[in-house]
Design a protein around this ligand. Sequence first.
Ligand code: MN
Length: 266
Amino acid sequence: MGFVTPLILLTNDDGITARGILDLKRSLEQIADVVVVAPDRSRSACGHGITLHKPLRAQPVKMADGSRGYSSNGLPTDCIHIGAMEICERKPDLVFSGINLGANLGWEVTYSGTVAGAMEGAAFGIPSVAISVTTFEEGDVFAPAAVFARFLAEQILEQGLPDGTFLNVNVPHLEDVEPTNVEVTRLGIRRYPGKVDVRTDPMGRKYYWLGGDIPDDGLHEGTDLLAVSEGRISVTPVHLDLTSFDGIKTVLGWNLSSYSTTNAAG
Ligand code: MN
């Protein structure tokens, strides 16, 4: 680290006025310069979307503690782009996304705007962390995660992360005690087989409401789902390479080489 103060770029998907991003900013400011570029409204469940077909803005605003942040009409992915390339004076040393109100576990990481912020940091070659708390209870629920984030930031600044890898962190919300046990985990299986609530609007047209209970396909040993369910902080290294290496073996066993001009259109 030398004598240079580390620079951390911070975003979230709950919006710049959310309590979680403020608590994270104040904690990280104890060890780093922090630049906040965050959506101007909640963008939860926006996934890794990017805005390519309309103008993006990033306006300086006063955050709740009186400090400056940048409020953007874009998604978390856009905020990391604008933040890393334009607003930060140099390439950030770390990207943090969060602290999200609500867990991001297992397969649902693909829907998460919080996780997407860290994905984009990793795509930029910056060590990145997505961090969430496992409650939807508003209020003073972020302190344990904010403290852990600072601890983790120091570790990453010393140790680095493999290229294309970010950390997905979930901090359990416990009654009375702060979580101190940390487990390095893999993503569990959390599929949304889908419950579609079909309703009728005042004009008599059908509309749909997606949702249903959060499914857990078993709390398997070593998963993020099991760790947080037993009160441990879960740290999952996630890679942007989504290739299925088992799938390569399967498909190589097919007869794709028999494809020829006789199969091709025309
Ligand atoms: Mn969110």
